[in-house]
Design a protein around this ligand. Sequence first.
Ligand SMILES: *Cc1c(COP(=O)(O)O)cnc(C)c1O
Length: 406
Amino acid sequence: MDRKDPLKKFRGRFIIPKHKGKNVIYFTGNSLGLQPKTAAKYIQQELTDWAKFGVEGHFKAKNLWYSYHELVAGPLAELSGAKKEEVVAMNQLTSNLHFLFVSFYRPEGKRIKILCEAHAFPSDQYLLESQLKFHGFDPAEALIEVSPRRGEYTIRTEDILSAIEKHKEELALVFIGGVNYYSGQVMDMKTITEAGHQAGALVGFDLAHAIGNICLDLHNWNVDFAAWCSYKYLNSGPGSVGGAFIHTKHHRSELQRFAGWWGHDKNSRFKMEKGFSPIPTAEGWQLSNAPVFSMAIHKAALAVFEEAGISRIIEKSNKLTGYLRFIIDGINNKSNVLEILTPETAGSQLSISVHRQGKEVFRKLISKGIMADWREPNVIRVAPVPLYNSFEDVFRFGEVLLKSFT
Ligand SMILES: *Cc1c(COP(=O)(O)O)cnc(C)c1O
């Protein structure tokens, strides 16, 4: 499979950490993607231009700093299924969500509630709790959390739809993680968006684990807004710049927003006058000028996606994750201690519940140079990433896993 892999050369584009002098098997690209070899060169370009031009780099650098974010909008639109004017790289994920909530969580009268998935990523839970309190509501009443059924690990779409239906008079916003960080479940974003709209609510998604991992079609799904970080599947470095999607239908709306000079009309920005006049695109939600150094890595990382093509990446992802499933099932035939929590429609991640000696098994993996991730109480998350993981990686992982049970 590795020999026939049309994406095999891309593994060589990344720096793989070492363990005892050998490449680790890196299965934590869902937490922090690996460094593209071109990242240093892209940053160096900006350091050089800063040295050469000082402040004039905004208008003289090879990649104008003034409009640096525009350089990544094309590839981000491709990955999110958006129009170019619907996406913008800015800030970071949780901060973007708070800013987007200013526009898209507009409780009114009885319509105050937010619907989300139970056990959302902690930052999202804090976001929701604090937003509700900020508007004077009690999260215990105004937050509707949809859980998996007893004995199940994933949330049924039908249960989300019936919760939307049940609360339709009071629902202001449906806000869900597009891919659940814990179980790896991919949400049916199209269906959820339709149902949310039918109930009279707005619909947004946290795409931290989705972008660069699964097929997204945000514009056609009619999603109102979304945000993501760039350091997971997008390989853009720790804490790197985040991104946001705002559907065209809202670009010229009267929605409230918190404004900053980078969201202001480009033609009059430097007149420095009173009166905010937003750019009528997603860029109108920007506050500050672009963090050029983290954008430089982002640009380097997105160039790899452009070259590989997201549809080929997803095609390989399905095979690679499918192979991992096959390996786990094979081990289970012998030991029966593993349980895959992730449903069949998944991205690169499988979450595996280890019913016996989970922590020991995990330590064994680490000692053999396999980097996976541990979540209490007994879950190992494994993400074979199509851009830099191989079928051999998955096979070797299986060998170590099997030995640790026998
Ligand atoms: C990784 C992740 C975050 C991280 O938020 P930051 O603001 O980038 O630190 C938030 N939400 C979800 C769902 C995540 O997976």
